[in-house]
Design a protein around this ligand. Structure first.
Ligand code: TPP
Ligand code: MG
Length: 360
């Protein structure tokens, strides 16, 4: 048994392009991105790091609701999102708000989603996405369904979803991948392995040596990627997308990453389940630091440029939080009418009651 497990793990070596020092170690796999595109990738990561810092502060001030920190996971989240087309269908988990934002969800809506306001779940016309999933793994099954729908319509696009290392222990994770594999549907399944499911370390979560090898049982492609290397994540996702739209079926991508902050802002204390050594080991791998080094070496990035992005992010956030504050409060009648197309009789009564109350 053990030998089989190890044999599988060997078949899923970590795919890397840019090492921790910001040097290209896999020239052959270097993506064909223009200088502007490379700078755009960095811009998005810097912006998202600031968004994370501000979101944590806003949460502490009581101005946001639910928030799951993202610092550390930028390459995993944004490298994969960068490989998508506008037409693709995104099924994020609760930590994947940045992908939604870069796919076109306005910031103020992301803030409203955090507050549990229904407007935060209303996607703009051009954004094909579901609202972030809280139920661990459920989006994997939905993704199989969306991907099958895409296939039946003969469309050249994909459904992409994200879960965490903990999510790969859920039944839904296997069911979704198995179904998509059986129907050869254009799905991309990303498992962001940030090593912890709240406080449970991945080693206690599964006996599998890699999460990527979980693709084998579903008969789909699997790859393990350095999730702190934005170029590797981009390339792995792009290749998975190309295969999917060419009718070659789904892919599971495991990204090795880390969240620097707590699980959520609801009160877990990472110092009780993570060591300082582990934290600093992962901070050495930081996705922004290594990509910055690479871009600076190429002579296309500077501190001034980065400061401009930081200022822009701060200004946008300030404006967006104001817009969220200015959005009319949600009413009980909104809750009811958003839930049902046709109201059941008992709710009709309550609807009238609340309409009367709200008009006062
Ligand atoms: C079905 C289900 N079980 C339990 C929970 C409670 N829960 C919320 S987050 C979480 C841990 C998930 O960890 P992981 O999949 O590694 O994702 P991460 O938070 O690290 O991104 C758990 C158990 C839930 N939301 N849904
Ligand atoms: Mg995790």
């Amino acid at each position: 048994m053990k030998r089989t497990n190890e044999k599988f793990a060997e078949q899923f070596p970590t795919f890397q392009i840019l090492n921790e020092e910001g040097k290209i170690v896999n020239e052959e796999k270097m993506p064909d991105l223009s200088e502007d595109e490379l700078k755009e990738l960095m811009t998005r990561m810097v912006y998202t790091r600031i968004l994370d810092q501000r979101s944590i502060a806003l949460n502490r001030q009581g101005r946001l609701g639910f928030y799951a920190p993202t610092a550390g996971q930028e390459a995993s989240q944004l490298g994969s999102q960068f490989a998508l087309e506008q037409d693709d269908f995104l099924l994020p988990a609760y930590r994947d708000v940045p992908q939604l934002i870069w796919q076109g969800l306005p910031l103020y809506k992301a803030f409203l989603w955090s507050r549990g306001h229904y407007v935060g779940s209303q996607m703009p016309e051009e954004v094909n996405a579901l609202t972030p999933q809280i139920i661990i793994g459920a989006q994997y099954v939905q993704t199989a369904g969306v991907a099958l729908g895409i296939k039946k319509r003969n469309e050249k696009r994909v459904a992409i979803t994200y879960t965490g290392d903990g999510g790969t222990s859920q039944g839904d994770f296997y069911e979704g991948m198995n179904f998509a594999g059986a129907f050869n549907a254009p799905a991309i399944f990303i498992a962001q392995n940030n090593r912890f499911a709240i406080s449970t370390p991945v080693e206690k979560q599964t006996a599998a040596k890699t999460l990527a090898q979980k693709a084998v049982a579903a008969g789909i492609e699997g790859i393990q990627v350095d999730g702190m290397d934005v170029l590797a994540v981009y390339v792995a996702t792009k290749e998975a997308r190309d295969r999917a739209v060419n009718g070659e079926g789904p892919t599971l991508i495991e990204t090795l990453t880390y969240r620097y902050g707590p699980h959520t802002m609801a009160g877990d204390d990472p110092t009780r389940y993570r060591t300082e050594d582990l934290d600093s080991e992962w901070e050495q791998k930081d996705p922004l630091v290594r990509f910055r080094k690479y871009l600076e070496e190429k002579g296309i990035w500077s501190e001034d440029q980065e400061n401009e992005i930081i200022e822009k992010a701060k200004a946008d956030i300030k404006e967006a939080i104001k817009q969220a504050d200015d959005t009319p409060k949600q009413k009980v009648t909104d809750l009811i009418s958003n839930m049902y197309e046709t109201l059941p009789a008992n709710l009709q009564e309550q609807m009238e009651e609340y309409k009367a109350k709200e008009s006062k």
